[in-house]
Design a protein around this ligand. Structure first.
Ligand SMILES: [Ca+2]
Ligand SMILES: [Ca+2]
Length: 95
């Protein structure tokens, strides 16, 4: 837990970056939401199970899985930058 809290703080000032190479690992899942407020708001709305307005690693994992399900339009198990952007706009428009 401490490790993730540190990661959270360390990555907070980082500006928006391209899609991470892998969305599978927990730290990457955390980073995905840390660097994109649209996804973070969405993740907190639907996956912040204990309602502490923090995305714990297990919550981030669940949210990342859900995001991957939404974003992976062609179902090949990978989220391309195009799929990422489309899913982000979908979430922004809908939620
Ligand atoms: Ca939480
Ligand atoms: Ca895909």
């Amino acid at each position: 837990m401490v490790r993730f809290a540190a990661l959270l703080i360390a990555s907070a000032p980082v500006a928006a970056q391209p899609v991470p190479a892998s969305l599978k690992a927990v730290p990457a899942a955390q980073a995905l939401f840390e660097r994109d407020w649209v996804l973070m708001n969405w993740a907190l709305k639907f996956h912040d199970r204990d309602r502490d307005i923090l995305l714990e690693p297990d919550e981030a994992q669940a949210a990342a899985s859900e995001f991957r399900r939404i974003a992976d339009a062609d179902g090949d198990g990978r989220v391309t930058p195009q799929e990422y952007r489309a899913a982000r706009e979908f979430i922004l428009a809908r939620y």
